[in-house]
Design a protein around this ligand. Structure first.
Ligand code: ADP
Ligand code: MG
Length: 245
């Protein structure tokens, strides 16, 4: 893999916490315009991989390329300014602010600088993002009034407010009912149709296979399979990992 092999290219990424190797020599590319599933059991290293890509952690070794540029260790706000956004698995909103204010606060000065047309219109954009994720009728409530699915939508609206080209979504389906999974999948499809490339994490591949174009499956921080949903489903190593887990 090289810098130009995808919109995002991760090469030989390793992250150690003391003696624990959370991400182990992981390499894969994200192609522009796709929805990539990033699948693995709990503790496999999915969130840590996102943390290394988006500037929360500096990787122990390895390289991250975005749009052909080495962005290893680049600060989160700079990556957001370049159109690389993520959601967090356990996102904590500001409890005493409204839903729409929580979205507005995601529009950092750095991002506004690179999107100068947005300056002064952040509230309007935040309102639009609330509507985009289906929270239009709840945007004046506080986050604690939202159901679980609403919290996930709020976190998505915060990421979308920064106008990403590539959006890394961490476990959006956790704890959702089937109908909510289907609704959220439709939303991801429409975001992709608008030109946003998506990486969607899940610890269980079942709900994800109908949504994604390709998947990368990891276990103990290392890649065990990569391919189309059919290839993943039929892969003996994947089946073993999930039966064993
Ligand atoms: P996943 O998102 O796939 O469930 P994580 O990336 O959260 O997995 O965690 C991978 C491994 O790294 C786990 O064993 C976890 O306990 C460990 N880990 C994650 N973050 C830290 C940290 N900050 N310090 C020490 N260990 C961590
Ligand atoms: Mg995780």
């Amino acid at each position: 893999l090289g810098p130009d092999d995808g919109l995002l290219v991760i090469e030989n990424l390793t992250k150690r916490f003391g003696g624990l190797t959370a991400v182990d020599d992981l390499s894969f590319a994200v192609e522009e315009g796709e929805i990539l599933g990033f699948i693995g059991p709990n503790g496999a290293g999915k969130s840590t991989t996102f943390d290394c890509v988006t500037g929360t952690y500096r990787p122990t070794s390895g390289t991250v390329w975005y749009r052909g540029e080495d962005v290893t260790g680049v600060a989160t706000h700079q990556l957001v300014g370049r159109g690389l956004a993520r959601t967090f698995q356990s996102f904590r909103p500001l409890r005493d602010r409204s839903v729409v204010d929580n979205v507005r606060l995601a529009l950092t000065p750095d991002r506004l600088f690179s999107l100068s047309g947005l300056r002064g219109t952040t509230r309007q954009r935040a309102v639009e993002m609330c509507e985009r994720v289906g929270l239009g009728d709840r945007m004046h409530q506080t986050p604690s009034e939202l159901p679980h699915a609403g919290m996930l939508r709020l976190e998505l609206a915060r990421a979308l407010a920064t106008d990403p080209d590539l959006l890394l979504v961490d476990e959006p389906f956790a704890g959702l009912a089937g109908s909510e999974v289907a609704e959220l999948s439709d939303l991801f499809e429409s975001l992709r149709a608008e030109g946003i490339t998506l990486v969607v994490v899940d610890h269980n591949m079942r709900g994800l296979l109908s949504l994604i174009d390709r998947a990368v499956v990891i276990q103990f921080g290392a890649k065990i399979a990569e391919g189309t949903p059919e290839e993943i489903r039929d892969d003996p190593t994947v089946q073993e990992a999930y039966l064993g887990g």
